[in-house]
Design a protein around this ligand. Structure first.
Ligand code: FHN
Length: 487
């Protein structure tokens, strides 16, 4: 049994280590191009968080932690940063591709790209208005880019000058958003890129970036920097619903680093949810994990909706743009219709997933008008039909016998309410529900008072509908049945 006396040398060494801290990032990283990279942390912070292991969480414990997410079904993605300034145009030329990748697509060296920091001044930013747009659209959480691939931080970080503090605007952009989310009951979540095109010690480098600190970047220094910033995000902004990692695909990021980062985030806030892009399991844009054991609480299909759901206990969220870019591009006018966006939400919910719909604000801090219009149209539908999305689970039908979708929710007392989403109004005003054995007890139309008449037999129920569809995009018939659906 070790006594206090023989523990002294170890304690002394620990004190020495703490006093010296861990190796720092050179205050000014020189590089072959001779460009001086802006001040990064003078020293990587001492690793003072003792990361716990969350791999033994039970499915029931996970289900409890995921409940708000699984009930929410609908969230807002916000891609915002310096890239909103060029907004898809560089040196007078249109730059192909998604707006937040302009530095990469136009091969803009850090020395030139970093000039954007001197003019980024979102004087029209109104966090409260943004949160109200999300809430009125029926969204329950907001995922905002605390740092995208360009490494620029929307928050005023102690660990770098490559942040909002170095702009004419100066003020932390995430704090007012955190306050507004708390005020309006919206979950605040952070998108944080693992890949970093600015930090001299991030592993994968491109010659043209001109930010080489050394030929052999030290990912340990970068990881300490990234974790220090995550500690700021997970201790200074209240309850963080999700840490939404991205940019995990490059070779310098490993499975071991992913497991450690997952545990690190949950050590700081044990209830926070971490997506599967923290680790190396994601199968590209399909977004779900390949076979094997990987960290991350849910799958992240991107710009696509899976053909089917994945059954109970498998959580997932499809993220999509409203036009063709995540970050603002002044010339991208390829806006999806409100009908498409709403039917995407219904389709995703009918498969048991969440819809994370993106807004790319302008450099001045405003949502594009086209985004606001779509958010308002979706909110009008959600006002009447939201109960057919929130807190529902996937359709019990393998395939529905009408043009539309289905979701379901248990009724108090043990029955089930089926929500039948009609994208097309059935001819002769009759909705035929095939394959369902349970006798329907009651049918209504959401938004319409009087109940509907039900006729027919097991496996061929017929609901009499009024002549006109209450909603052209998707009307919703509720069907209450005893017990759980039997096909
Ligand atoms: O490279 C990013 C891209 O900029 C954007 O953030 C999307 C949205 O999730 N994720 C990556 C592309 O898969």
């Amino acid at each position: 049994m070790p006594t206090f006396r023989n523990l002294l040398p170890i304690a002394f060494l620990c004190l020495v280590a703490l006093a010296l801290g861990s190796p720092g990032v050179p205050a000014r990283a020189e590089n072959p191009a001779g460009v001086v990279i802006k001040e990064l942390s003078h020293e990587a912070p001492v690793e003072k968080v003792v990361t716990k292991d969350f791999s033994h969480e039970t499915p029931i414990e996970k289900a409890e932690r995921m409940k708000w997410f699984n009930d929410a079904r609908f969230g807002m993605f916000i891609h915002w940063g310096l890239y909103a300034e060029p907004a898809g145009v560089w040196e007078g030329k249109d730059v192909e591709g998604i707006g937040e990748w302009i530095q990469d697509k136009a091969k803009i060296p850090v020395s030139e790209y970093s000039e954007l920091q001197k003019s980024f001044n979102p004087v029209k930013y109104d966090a409260d208005a943004w949160v109200k747009f999300a809430k009125q659209a029926g969204m329950k959480y907001i995922v905002i880019t605390s740092k995208h691939h360009d490494g620029f931080c929307l928050f005023d970080s102690k660990h770098t000058d490559w942040d909002i503090g170095g702009t004419p605007y100066k003020k932390d952009l995430l704090r007012p958003l955190a306050e507004a989310c708390q005020k309006h009951g919206i979950k605040l979540c952070f998108y944080h890129s693992i890949m970093d095109w600015y930090h001299p010690q991030y592993g994968n480098k491109e010659e043209w970036r001109g930010n080489h600190a050394t030929e052999q970047p030290d990912m340990e220094i970068y990881r300490t920097y990234m974790k220090a910033q995550l500690e700021e995000l997970l201790t200074n902004y209240g309850d963080v619903g999700i840490v939404w990692f991205d940019g995990e695909w490059e070779s310098s990021w490993t499975h071991e680093m992913g497991v450690d980062l997952y545990n690190y985030c949950r050590t700081l806030q044990s209830s926070t949810i971490v997506n599967n892009r923290v680790d190396k399991g994601r199968d590209g844009m399909v977004g779900m994990n390949k076979d094997g054991e990987f960290s991350g609480d849910y799958g992240t299909p991107e710009q696509e909706i899976p053909h089917t759901g994945f059954g109970k206990g498998v959580y997932w969220e499809s993220c999509m743009t409203m036009n063709e870019t995540w970050g603002f591009k002044k010339k991208d006018d390829q806006w999806k219709s409100s009908e498409t966006l709403l039917r995407n939400l219904i389709d995703i919910a009918s498969k048991g997933g969440n819809f994370l719909l993106n807004v790319g604000p302008t450099a001045e801090g405003e949502f594009p008008t086209a985004s606001i219009e779509r958010l308002q149209m979706m909110g009008e539908w959600m006002e009447v039909h939201g109960e057919s999305i929130y807190g529902t689970s996937a359709s019990p039908f393998e395939k529905v016998s009408w043009n539309g979708r289905c979701t379901q929710k248990p009724l108090p007392g043990g029955g089930t309410r089926l929500y039948l989403h009609l994208f097309e109004w059935p001819e002769k005003g009759q909705l035929v529900v095939q394959r369902l054995k349970n006798r329907p007890l009651r049918a209504t139309l959401l938004g319409v008072e009087e109940p509907l008449t039900i006729a027919g037999k097991e496996g061929e129920w017929v609901v009499e509908l009024p002549a006109e569809a209450p909603n052209a995009i998707a009307s919703v018939v509720t069907l209450d049945i005893e017990g759980k659906p039997e096909m």
